[in-house]
Structure formats: C-alpha cells, structure tokens
Design a protein around this ligand. Structure first.
Ligand SMILES: [Zn+2]
Length: 570
C-alpha cells in the first residue's frame, strides 16, 4: 500500500488556543506549550539525579501516556475511514505536537489477527537534539519520550503491547532516527523492555474499586464524619463551623441559602452531630404540600376530622418526637398553619386536626428557607412573631458559585457515587469538562451539579471519561482559534448555529410573549409548584411571582386591537 499521510485538517482543528482562559486544547485534553530547553533541562536533571536507567523509564512512560491519550483521536477523528488513515492520526499528531518529522517507510497491521510491523523515519527529533546538546554523542539511542509515545499510541490502537525501538538515532551521530515497531513478544529481548511499560491496568481497576467502596461507605457513614458534606472553601467551612457549634444545643436553627445549596443535608448533619442522633430525623417540605393538607401533615389528624380522614394519623411532629424536625421552605407555609406552629413552639405540645386533647412533643426544630423571611413579613406573608421564634440561630449556606474550590471535590464524590449507583466504571472528568464546571454559574447550586454529574455518568462511555458534552449537551462550542492550513493561528468559523434563537426570531413572537410562554411551561412542568417552577427557571420564587404579576397587569388592560398592530404578533 502507498504510505502517504492523509490531510491533517481534522487534526489541526483539534488544536485550539484559548488565550483568554489561559488554556490550549487538543480536543478535550488540555495541552501546554513548553520550551524544549526546559524539557532538556528536566531530562538532564533526571539523568543526573536518578541515573539514566530510571530516567529512561520515567520519560518512556511519560511519552507512553501521551501516546495512549492521543490514541483516543484515532477512533474519534477518523472513525469510518480506512484503517491505515485512522492509524496515521498518531504519527501526524506527533508531528503536530512538535516531536519530529515522521516519514512512514513500512506499515502493515491487522488488528483482528494482532499482527503489526512498522518502520518509520524520524527527522529533527527534539529529544535527540536535546540529548546531544547536554551529553554529546552517545552510544545508545536516546529518544525515550518519542519511543514511549509510539509504543503507547500503537498499543492502544492495536489493543496489545507494541514495542518500538530505534535502529538509528541522531543522538548517536546518525543524521536521522529510524524506528521499528513489533508486538513485544516478537522482539528477542522484548521481555527486558516490559519494565518500561509496567502494566498499570490492575492498579487502575483497584483504584476504580476503591472509589466505589469509598462512595458506598459515604452513603452509609453518618454525615458527621464528612460522608455527606464535602467542602473546604472558607465560605463553606464558616457555615459548617456554625452548625457544629449549635448541634449539641436544643436551639432552633434557621438554615438560609438559595435553592439547591444542600439545606436538607446540612439539617441531617446537624441531627447526626446532636445528642438526638439515635432518634428520628423527619423532613417536611412546606412548599410541596397543598395548603389544606399541611396542618394534618404536621400535627396529625383524628378520625373523622374531615371527609376522607378515615383513620387517626400521627403528624410529622409526633413522628419526630425525641429527634429533629426539618421544616423546609418554611417561608411558603400558609398563615393559618403558621399560627398553629407558633403555638406548638411556645407550648411544646400539639393538637391533632379535629382533636380535643393536646400531646407533649419533644422536637428540635430546624427551619430552612430560600426566601428572605424579613421581606415575607413586610409583604404580610409571614408572621413576625414566628420569624423571631425561628430566627434564633441563622446559618447561611453559601451558593456554589461562592465556593468554587469545592466544585471539583464535590463533583468527584458525586461521580463515584453515581458510578456505584449505575454500576458503571467511569475514569474521571476530562480537564475541559472540569474547567466547564468551574466556569458555570450554578443557579441550581449543588443539586444542579448533582444532576449534571449523574447525566455525565450515564452518557460517558464505559471505562471512559466524562466529557464536556456529556455534562452540557447543548452548549455551543467555546472555541476561539485554531491552526489554519499554513499552521498559523486563525479564527474558527462558528460551528453551531444557535437554531433555538433563529426559530424564536422566525416565529415573530415578542420577547415578552416568549418569556410568558416559558414561565407558563415551567409552572405546568412543575405541576403548579411555584418554588419548583422558579428553580427550573433559575429564579427565586419571589422573582417568579413578580414576573407573573407584571404579566397579568400588563395583559389585563391591553386591548386586542393594540396587539394586532404589532408586526408579526401571533
Ligand atoms: Zn533518536
């Protein structure tokens, strides 16, 4: 067969420079431009400090890792093409990355049969040049990183260990290097070379298992041992310390913070740290219960109290007796229930709906809210006296965007948990994916992160990595520049048309109409639960309410005739 490289446009497109974010990418992998002088100095230091044999091993393994990494692109970039073109991705990337000029001399392989033979010529190997500069002419071939790359790439491509050796090397005085690659078993001294490619797959597997065990343990461990709460950022530690200090007391705690910051987890951790840890922890979401049922849910109901109350039932207060009761989204509680709650807090006893007698309950109350209770009081939606009762010891849990250093450890913890949950082995996040997580605004906070990571685990290939597309499937590519055919930096044409925007423009609807429809859709999807709808929209509940009110007031007086005059109105 003819041994010509196919055009490398597809590979050049993989290389992207993002000077604004301080990153260079090859596909999903972050790269770095390094001075060969720096690499040469590191190489010299390694040889002088650990000796040539160890240095060779380390550098070969470094090259091997690069080769393994680039082998991904053989599958991704030229999937349906001739096997030979697909293989050439490696040598062509090696050139693009500046290792050497590669000229294929002979290449024959059969993946199914496990046959491989290659003879390539390398000109201008940076490594041979560096070695000669530091050590002068030597007897042994010295392109260790480059050979590691060839072996790593080819081994991944073939699915078996292929060993490349130099038959000529510029470091020994030849005018170019020459390499031969064959399956390691076919080299007479192949076994002696295995040491350079120590098989880490078993270690990887053990690591993956270890992660799963950790994840399972973290779901069993009480939150007090850090099983549920992850965070080292200053903002998070501050909230955590406040919680630790109050845990052992009986004080009512008010947890505030945006939707999804993990208020229930905090409440559980508080319970686990308190001396009530062996008693029940009961949570109730005040926004999720219909107003007419909330009193029965909280305080219980006597038989026949209302139509449908066929049997007496204990409320959440009674079920939490001796333990902790979390009233989540307490700001959404109807005023009638607020009055009753206040009395329970003052007197320490409850009365079931339709009941005549009171019962003593011993409950430590934790309330949580994402609305500003002070505002709710001013708006007449919340009782001031109840607010004072609840607001004894407020703890504000910071939003995720204010604790960016916690994002990666949180995401890693979730990854392990969802891998265990879905029985999948996913090796980790691509660097680009991690960077995207860092840059996201997180309106939905930890819960949103959890949703994204779960989706990522489901979409990532088995034994593969979570890529940015698995986390944010509909994000337009943030690519800025690439290399043109002459190897110069050039702006990439926009790959993705924003067809959603285009369709909206084509529909002729006004922005207000679109907003109105999106709001209605969110409310419908949340089945009328306004807090949930607000969360879907990335708004707070008051913000949503405000927008709805604005729409109603602007819609009411607008006569139909006016609207017809708008161009393109539906
Ligand atoms: Zn060489």
């Amino acid at each position: 067969m003819s041994l010509k490289f196919p055009p490398n446009d597809d590979l050049r497109r993989l290389l992207r420079f993002e000077p604004d974010s301080g990153a260079i990418w090859l596909g999903d992998r972050r790269m770095v431009l390094m001075h060969t002088a720096a690499l040469a100095a590191l190489r010299q230091d390694l040889i002088n400090s650990v000796g040539p044999e160890h240095a060779r091993r380390l550098l070969t393994r470094m090259g091997y890792a690069s080769g393994l990494s680039d082998a991904e692109y053989a599958k991704k970039t030229r999937p349906g093409e001739a096997m030979q073109d697909s293989f050439m991705v490696g040598p062509q990337l090696h050139m693009l990355e500046g290792a050497a000029r590669v000229t294929p001399v002979k290449l024959s392989f059969d993946i199914q049969a496990g046959q491989f033979y290659a003879d390539f010529r390398w000109d201008h190997s940076w490594e041979a040049h560096a070695h000669r500069q530091k050590f002068g002419l030597v007897d042994e071939p010295s392109c260790w990183t480059l050979l590691g790359y060839a072996s790593g790439y080819t081994s991944a491509f073939m699915g078996r260990l292929i060993l490349f050796k130099e038959t000529l090397c510029a470091a020994c005085g030849a005018d170019h290097c020459q390499i031969i690659g064959r399956p390691i078993e076919e080299w007479p001294d192949g076994e002696a070379h295995r040491v350079y490619f120590t098989d880490d797959s078993l270690m990887e597997k053990m690591e993956a298992l270890q992660l799963q065990v950790e994840a399972l343990k973290s779901t069993l461990e009480p939150a007090s041992q850090g099983g549920q709460l992850i965070g080292k950022s200053t903002a998070f530690r501050k909230a955590y310390t406040l919680m630790q200090k109050v845990a052992q007391t009986q004080a009512t705690v008010l947890l505030t913070g945006e939707t999804g910051v993990g208020k229930e987890r905090f409440a559980r951790a508080l319970h686990e740290l308190s001396n009530r840890a062996d008693e029940p922890f009961v949570a109730v979401n005040c926004a999720a219960l219909p107003a007419e049922l909330i009193e029965a849910e909280l305080f219980g109901v006597e038989k026949g109290a209302y139509t449908g109350a066929h049997a007496a039932r204990a409320g959440r207060f009674e079920r939490a007796d001796g333990g902790t009761l979390l009233l989540d989204e307490v700001g959404e509680m109807p005023l009638a229930a607020q009055a009753k709650l206040l009395r329970v807090l003052q007197e320490g006893e409850i009365e079931r709906v339709g009941g005549e007698t009171t019962r003593k309950v011993n409950v430590r109350l934790v309330a949580a809210t994402n609305v500003d209770l002070e505002q709710a009081v001013l708006a007449g939606r919340f009782r001031r006296d109840l607010m004072y009762r609840l607001n004894v010891y407020p703890i504000c849990i910071p939003p995720l965007r204010e604790r960016k250093t916690d994002i990666e450890p949180l995401a890693q913890g979730m990854l392990a948990r969802f891998c265990a949950l879905h029985g999948k082995r996913v090796l980790g996040f691509e660097e680009r994916a991690l960077q995207a997580l860092q840059q996201h605004d997180w309106p939905g906070n930890v819960r949103e992160l959890e949703n994204l990571v779960e989706r990522g685990v489901i979409l990532a290939p088995q034994a593969g990595m979570v890529e940015v597309e698995h986390l944010f499937p509909n994000q337009p590519d943030a690519v800025q520049t690439s290399l043109d055919a002459h190897g110069h930096l050039a702006r990439l044409p926009s790959v993705q048309d924003d067809d959603l925007s285009a369709r909206i423009l084509d529909s002729g609807s006004s922005l207000e109409e679109i907003e109105g429809r999106v709001l209605d859709h969110a409310v419908a999807r949340a089945r009328g639960n306004l807090s949930e709808a607000a969360r879907l929209l990335g708004l707070t509940r008051p913000q949503l309410a405000y927008r709805q009110k604005q729409r109603q007031s602007s819609a009411a007086p607008a006569p139909a005739a006016d609207r017809k005059s708008e161009p393109g109105a539906l």
